[in-house]
Design a protein around this ligand. Structure first.
Ligand SMILES: [Zn+2]
Length: 84
């Protein structure tokens, strides 16, 4: 494994380096810049999803959102399946 930063491709020296899971070594500053730009949620890299996966995720988020709104509007509801 090379010790070049996966972002800027320059050599990473001991103390300034971090290891990015599934990517490799990086400078801390490069990694921070990358993380700030990257669309991640929890540990999910949304940019790495396929179009189908992204569509599935969007449906899940919308369904969860609808469900919570409905429960807020009607706290007695026990979460019936809603088709839409
Ligand atoms: Zn770098």
């Amino acid at each position: 494994m090379s010790l070049n930063c996966v972002f800027c491709h320059k050599l990473v020296f001991g103390k300034t380096g971090v290891t990015v899971p599934s990517m490799g070594p990086a400078h801390q500053t490069c990694y921070q810049a990358h993380s700030a730009l990257k669309r991640t949620f929890q540990r999910l890299d949304i940019g790495a999803l396929s179009d189908d996966e992204l569509a599935d995720l969007r449906d899940l988020v919308l369904a969860e959102d609808n469900d919570r709104r409905r429960k807020q509007a009607d706290p007695g509801s026990n979460g019936d399946v809603e088709l839409f």
